[in-house]
Design a protein around this ligand. Structure first.
Ligand SMILES: [Zn+2]
Length: 581
């Protein structure tokens, strides 16, 4: 190998490593550093190496990150290992009995009677990720068969799809239980014919008393012919709402009375409570255990991943599975997930929105995915927290702070930084004898993302700034402060309307030496008026730097010394939603 080629290889090696480490963009400084650390004999050729390195770094930066990784892996795989040594990404524990099945199939089955919230994340992400882990299928099934007490609404079908897409949980097929009523009827009829179910027309109280005593009601022992007669009457509208219920037979002595002869279908007056899609086409509607039990079998669900509040449902459904000679899917019943301080009750969410207490389903006080999205909580943070907790059966509590910590870790490197001055007050600085221009990178660790500049041109040696009244109220006459990245000044006079100061010195070292506070600023008359909607729905007003005008809606940024925000609207002024500090 010639000397020149050898040097090129060396540069390429470290440039690739640096690029892979920094999201595809290598920086020349650290590359040279690594080369000279490895080969101190090359120090005398530093100039030549720098020149050549500039060319090679440019070539490498033109490649995509995955091309860079491939190349690095091909030529110097040992350098990729360093990446892998970092704290292991937590992964889900394996599913049980995977080998029993040709293909793993999971499902998420929401009732579209409300929007989804962070409490649903576990069912969605675990079901989806397990399906992906085993290259199986993930099914979205709308369980919309209760037009009365858990009435589905059209808008929620779509918002659920939106939320799943946002969470990066793509589903392979979609079902709506309300279009499968003839299927449930068919299986119900079989149960009735086989003496495995009956239609009870008893008064509810009377039935309850009997079942608590493990005694059959008179309907239970009627012949299958009589059951079918009742079934036809039920479908034909002879019975009214509340007058007949199909019950699946179980052991009447089952220790849990809630399991005994569970209800499978009932009548709903859809003239009064029309279904949003089917109107009043049907009046006999399946209940959860019948519909979901049949569907899980017919859809080939191999693993049901759901909360442990469903444990009793498994016991109920197993009776039906035995009657049909089906084998029950594997089940994972995870523990409850509490989110401290979050409203996770659908009825409370809906009521709050309907009554106007919340501005909508994306009100920042809610823990709905819509609200989290609007505030700049990213789906990757939610996924991390869910994978971290995994499918364990014990209850877990997460706090907003936990979620914020995960989110912050992601946003810290992805969000550019800007100046934002809250409840601004005018600061007048005298004795500035020359103009100043300061250029600040959008992110100190990712200089390749670009910069923004501020120019301060004094008139009569005086310039004015917007500064935050929160900062200023801490300052007294005679105190030295530093306008971040600009210069140091001495406070002369503070009042509620404005602050007067004199230029003190330029270097940061000076400010550091005396421990002067650093504050944000915006040249007076510049900047864009901004409103930040806080998590408690209050609004903080301020001025953001001019560069923020260029940000498109949906961009998540960091207002320095304030917090992460998501740009919500760019109109005559800017509206942002606060994520967290
Ligand atoms: Zn009865």
């Amino acid at each position: 190998m010639s000397k020149a080629t050898e040097l090129d290889q060396l540069i390429q090696k470290y440039a690739l490593q640096n690029a892979v480490k920094h999201n595809g963009k290598a920086e020349i400084g650290p590359v040279i550093g690594k080369i000279l650390a490895e080969r101190s004999d090359l120090k005398s050729q530093a100039k030549e190496i720098t020149k050549r390195a500039a060319e090679i770094v440019k070539e490498i930066n033109a490649l995509s990150l995955s091309e860079q990784k491939n190349l690095l892996n091909k030529k110097w795989p040992e350098l990729l290992v360093e990446e892998k040594v970092r704290p292991e990404e937590k992964v889900l524990p394996p599913l049980l009995n995977v080998k029993k099945y040709k293909e793993i199939v999971t499902r998420f089955s929401p009732n579209p009677d409300c929007v989804l919230h962070v409490g649903n994340a576990r069912a969605i992400i675990l079901s989806h990720d397990y399906a992906r882990m085993y290259k199986g299928k993930f099914i979205l099934r709308f369980e919309d068969t209760d037009p009365k007490t858990k009435k589905p609404m059209l808008e929620f079908y779509e918002s659920i799809r939106e939320d799943l897409s946002w969470l990066e949980c793509k589903w392979d097929s979609e079902f709506r239980q309300s279009e499968r009523l003839p299927i449930y009827y068919e299986y119900s009829k079989k149960l009735l014919q086989n003496n495995q179910a009956y239609i009870c027309t008893c008064n509810r109280e009377k039935f309850r008393k009997l079942i608590m005593d493990s005694k059959p009601c008179p309907c239970r022992n009627l012949s299958p012919e009589e059951q079918l007669d009742r079934w036809n009457k039920m479908l034909g509208g002879t019975y009214l709402e509340g007058e007949a219920v199909v019950r699946v037979k179980t052991d009447l002595n089952h220790p849990n009375p809630a399991v005994r002869d569970w209800p499978a279908l009932r009548i709903i007056n859809t003239k009064l409570y029309p279904h949003p899609i089917l109107g009043s086409k049907y009046s006999v509607w399946p209940l959860y255990n019948l519909a979901s039990g049949i569907d899980d079998h017919l859809m080939g669900i191999t693993h049901i991943i759901r909360g442990k509040e469903h444990l009793t449902n498994e016991v109920r459904q197993r009776y039906m599975y035995t009657y049909f000679n089906w084998s029950y899917p594997e089940t994972i019943h995870y523990g409850r997930l509490k989110v401290t301080g979050a409203i996770l009750s659908k009825s409370k969410i809906r009521l709050g929105v309907d009554e106007g207490f919340f501005t909508g389903y994306d009100d920042p006080r809610l823990a709905t995915f819509k609200a989290l999205r609007r505030r700049g909580i990213v789906p990757q943070a939610i996924r991390k927290i869910i994978i971290e907790i995994g499918p364990k059966t014990t209850d877990s509590i997460i706090s907003w702070e936990n979620l914020y910590a995960y989110n912050r870790k992601i946003l810290d490197s992805t969000s550019n930084r800007y100046f934002f001055v809250t409840t601004p007050i005018k600061l007048i600085v005298e004795k500035i004898y020359k103009p100043y221009k300061t250029t600040i990178p959008l992110h100190p660790d990712y200089k390749q993302r670009g910069n923004r500049s501020f120019t301060v041109k004094p008139t009569n040696n005086t310039a004015a700034f917007h500064v935050s009244s929160n900062d200023i109220k801490l300052f007294k006459k005679g105190k030295i402060i530093r306008l971040m990245e600009l210069f140091n000044l001495k406070i002369n006079k503070v009042d509620t309307q404005e602050v007067k100061a004199t230029f003190h010195s330029e270097p940061y070292s000076e400010a550091k030496k005396i421990g002067a506070p650093l504050i944000h600023w915006i040249p007076f008359g510049e900047g864009v008026k901004a409103e930040v909607v806080m998590p408690n729905a209050s609004i903080i007003e301020g001025i953001a730097e001019d560069e923020c005008r260029k940000l498109s809606e949906g961009t998540i940024i960091q207002f320095e010394r304030f917090g992460f925000v998501r740009i919500d609207q760019q109109k005559e002024y800017l509206t942002a939603y606060f994520a967290h500090i």
